[in-house]
Design a protein around this ligand. Structure first.
Ligand SMILES: [Zn+2]
Length: 378
């Protein structure tokens, strides 16, 4: 073979291999794919989201535990807008202006769970699988047989090994079927140090182990779930992260209205801090969607402490979305609804089962699985 021919072949081969490498880098590159953060706070009522502190509950000796002055000072106002701003400033003011906030039943903007049970495992299953399977009828249900949208994302090249879930309640290993899903689920009293061993996670693990356990071994205080999730976000930079807070539901069951409102207010503060970090960090800034919602509603009046199929109103929920500032899919949602950004006021009915497909669609993907999936909201 003539030297010039060999040179030509070598050049072609080299070009081919360089092109293949480039293609691999593009396919393997996940920097530009949008990120998704999902937050849930268990059983936080739409009533508090859209009306702030409930005066009847704050006045009730049964529920204020002698804290009515504290409640009035911290969360009271004759103005609905001010009550919302005092209790949930990020969700109702920032998201309620620059994002999308659904579920204000005072103006017929309705969101409900589609499952018939109105408690936690069925609700979280519905959020993440898009399938309100009525057979999932217990919080002790075994590992979820249905694939969730986080597992679907974990299978996509750009999100592979960039997905993680944190939950205060120890049921998430089953709800998200950690064994089958292929992404880590850190729940209950599990420590982040199991997958990220360093001095910081060791301190968090020690504090978690020695902490006050008002919910016994089933659920840790939200602060530990939050600190572990925040540390993982800052150091490992996941592209898809779920954080589940549980105290709102626990204090409500105990009939402790000030602890319930304080837990909700704390979650709002944490989410505001996360959003500030997102919008000031390269790779996340203007490239991240945030969904916040709840697994079920609760009753009215004296029935506010409880939920379940026998509690009137407990199927009613709410959700909110934040997104990149410009060209965000959220503007498409508002356009599809013929509304503007902010708190939604259309007379409409949405369902929890629509959230899984919506999450994937925000990232430019169509969620598919072996089970029926609720349609995206746009
Ligand atoms: Zn509950």
């Amino acid at each position: 073979m003539a030297f010039s021919s060999l040179f030509l072949i070598l050049t072609i081969c080299l070009n081919f291999s360089l092109n293949a490498q480039k293609l691999n880098q593009i396919e393997g590159s996940n920097a530009s794919a949008p990120n998704l953060i999902i937050i849930t706070t268990d059983g936080l009522r739409w009533q508090e989201v859209f009306n702030g502190m409930d005066f009847a509950l704050a006045n009730s000796k049964k529920f204020n535990h002698g804290d009515s002055a504290y409640l009035y000072n911290k969360y009271g106002s004759i103005s609905v807008k001010e009550r919302q701003a005092k209790l949930l400033p990020f969700i109702t003011q920032t998201m309620g202006k620059n994002g999308l906030l659904f579920g204000n039943r005072f103006i017929e903007n309705k969101v409900d769970v589609a499952n018939p049970h109105w408690f936690s495992y069925p609700g979280y299953n519905e959020i993440f699988t898009g399938y309100p399977d009525s057979a999932i009828n217990s919080n002790n249900y075994p590992p979820n047989p249905h694939e969730n949208v986080l597992a679907f994302l974990q299978k996509q090249k750009v999100y592979q090994n960039k997905v993680i879930a944190f939950g205060a309640w120890d049921a998430y290993n089953r709800i998200l079927n950690e064994a089958a899903s292929g992404f880590p689920v850190i729940n209950g009293f599990e420590s982040l140090s199991s997958i990220l061993p360093d001095p910081q996670t060791k301190i968090l693990a020690d504090m978690l182990k020695d902490s006050y356990k008002p919910f016994k071994e089933a659920e840790c205080l939200d602060v530990f779930t939050h600190q572990q999730a925040k540390y993982y976000l800052e150091t490992k930079r996941p592209k898809v992260m779920y954080i589940s807070y549980g105290e709102t539901d626990e204090w409500a069951h105990e009939g402790n209205y000030s602890a319930y409102l304080d837990a909700a207010h704390q979650v709002d503060t944490w989410v505001a801090n996360l959003w500030n970090w997102i919008q000031s960090t390269p790779g996340y800034k203007d490239n991240t969607y945030l969904l916040i919602t709840t697994d079920h509603g609760r009753g009215f009046g004296e029935g506010w402490t409880d939920h379940g199929a026998d509690v009137k109103g407990a199927s009613s929920i709410w959700f909110g979305l934040m997104g990149p500032d410009k060209n965000s899919n959220l503007t498409k949602i508002a356009a599809a609804q013929k509304t503007t950004m902010g708190e939604q006021s259309n007379n409409q009915q949405l369902y929890q089962k629509q959230l899984a497909a919506t999450m994937a669609k925000l990232l430019g993907l169509q969620f598919t699985a072996q089970h029926p999936i609720g349609e995206a909201i746009y």
